[in-house]
Ligand binder design. Structure first.
Ligand code: PMP
Length: 381
């Protein structure tokens, strides 16, 4: 099997599984319990938060452990919107955010009277900072911008937007960092991000683990109410083993980053070049300013799902659109926003690499793809 669907999810590291198992069996205490087992578990939880802060170089942040990025995005957007409702009800976001952001913003609009400006992207999938600037109003309370788009890999101007927002201290900055962490360097602290979302299973951690990184002093109304766990921002007995496994994954995937990124970048360039030379194939990922692990292309006229299954028969696993939307069988919303047209949006395939993959994957991939495309094109004639 050649697994090229790492933006959907990754294989957990052995050490992550091991630490999860050990923590679950040895430190099963409730971190809120006052006896020794509870205290030790609480210390472990705190150590996991400290380790994440150290690896991501965060001095002025709290870590709120969540069940993943969907929950973290909900907690950030709803929590900040509700906390600032008296200041204003206008939010700015890009038009290519993940559904865990767009659907949440739609809910805030429909049920709570917020107004959202969704900023367009250009043909390469980039939002412009000038558009952010022009969208700001006196009642704007938050800007939400993903770091790396999960379908095409375009890197958004997070640092520049953060710099702009430094002149608007009362506007919060939320960044969905899910596809960017450990793939595209970003200093969360320097970019002035107030709320930052990460998800463990995208970097060889476990599903059901993630975090919202909250700049100290940022007011949030809790999405999940109950006990006073996690400074009252996320009630419920903490998933200690999940938190410890997340810290382990953050740590392990940060190792040897420069070499890993350069190997992935090479692999991406080889794949983009080979795909661009292939008859009938259109590459959708921008050549410049894109993440090293995502390559999106279309074979206009061919149903992406059919091609996906032909590649699967050769042992190669890819995605059509993002995994979360794949079962909806709709054309890609992101490619439509990029003005690529219905045909390209309905025939897109995403390859996504893991840290350990190199340019060697290009050969077997192209050997499977080219005959499949030729066969499908013949049938269409
Ligand atoms: N944001 C982005 C950019 C994503 O790619 C994903 C996963 N597809 C999510 C959020 C949701 O992550 P999770 O599976 O952890 O809820």
């Amino acid at each position: 099997m050649i697994y090229l669907d790492n933006s959907s999810t990754t294989e957990p590291y052995e050490d992550v599984l091991e630490v999860y198992k050990q923590t679950s069996s040895r430190y099963f205490g409730n971190p809120s319990s006052l006896h020794r087992l509870g205290t030790e578990t609480e210390q472990l939880l705190e150590a996991a938060a400290q380790q994440i802060k150290k690896t991501l170089r965060l001095k002025n942040y709290d870590i709120v452990f969540t069940s993943g990025a969907t929950e973290a995005n909900n907690a950030a957007l709803k929590g900040a919107a509700w906390a600032n409702i008296k200041k204003g009800r206008h939010i700015i976001a890009t038009a290519i955010e993940h559904p865990s952001v767009t659907e949440t913003l739609d809910q805030l609009t429909e049920l709570f009277g917020f107004e959202v400006t969704f900023l367009p992207v250009n043909q390469d999938g980039f939002v412009s900072v000038q558009d952010v600037k022009e969208a700001i109003r006196p009642d704007t309370i938050m800007v939400s911008m993903m770091h790396v788009n999960n379908e095409v890999g375009s890197i958004q101007p997070v640092k520049e937007t953060g710099d702009l927002l430094k002149q608007h201290r009362d506007i919060l900055f939320h960044v969905d960092h899910v596809q960017g962490i450990h793939k595209v360097p970003l200093s969360i602290e320097e970019a002035g991000i107030d709320l930052c979302t990460i998800s463990g299973h995208k970097f060889h951690g476990l599903k059901g683990t993630g975090a919202l990184l909250v700049k100290k002093g940022t007011r949030l109304i809790p999405l999940i109410t109950g006990g006073s766990q996690q400074k009252g921002i996320r009630a419920g007995t903490e998933h200690t083993a999940g938190a410890v496994s997340l810290a382990k994954a953050v740590n392990l995937s940060a190792r040897d980053m420069a070499e890993r990124l350069s190997a992935m970048e090479k692999a991406k360039n080889v794949l983009i070049n080979r795909l661009s030379e292939t008859d009938g194939v259109v590459v959708n990922t921008p050549a410049e300013n894109s993440a090293p692990h995502i390559i999106n292309f279309s074979v206009p006229g061919v149903k992406a799902e059919v091609l996906l299954h032909m590649l699967e028969e050769k042992g190669i696993y890819v995605s059509t659109t993002a995994a979360c939307s794949a079962r909806e069988h709709k054309p890609s919303r992101v490619l439509l926003q990029m003005n690529k047209g219905e045909q390209i949006a309905a025939s897109s395939i995403r390859i996504s690499l893991s840290f350990s993959q190199t340019a060697e994957v290009a050969e077997p991939f192209m050997n499977a793809l080219v005959p499949a495309v030729q066969k499908l094109k013949k049938v269409m004639r």
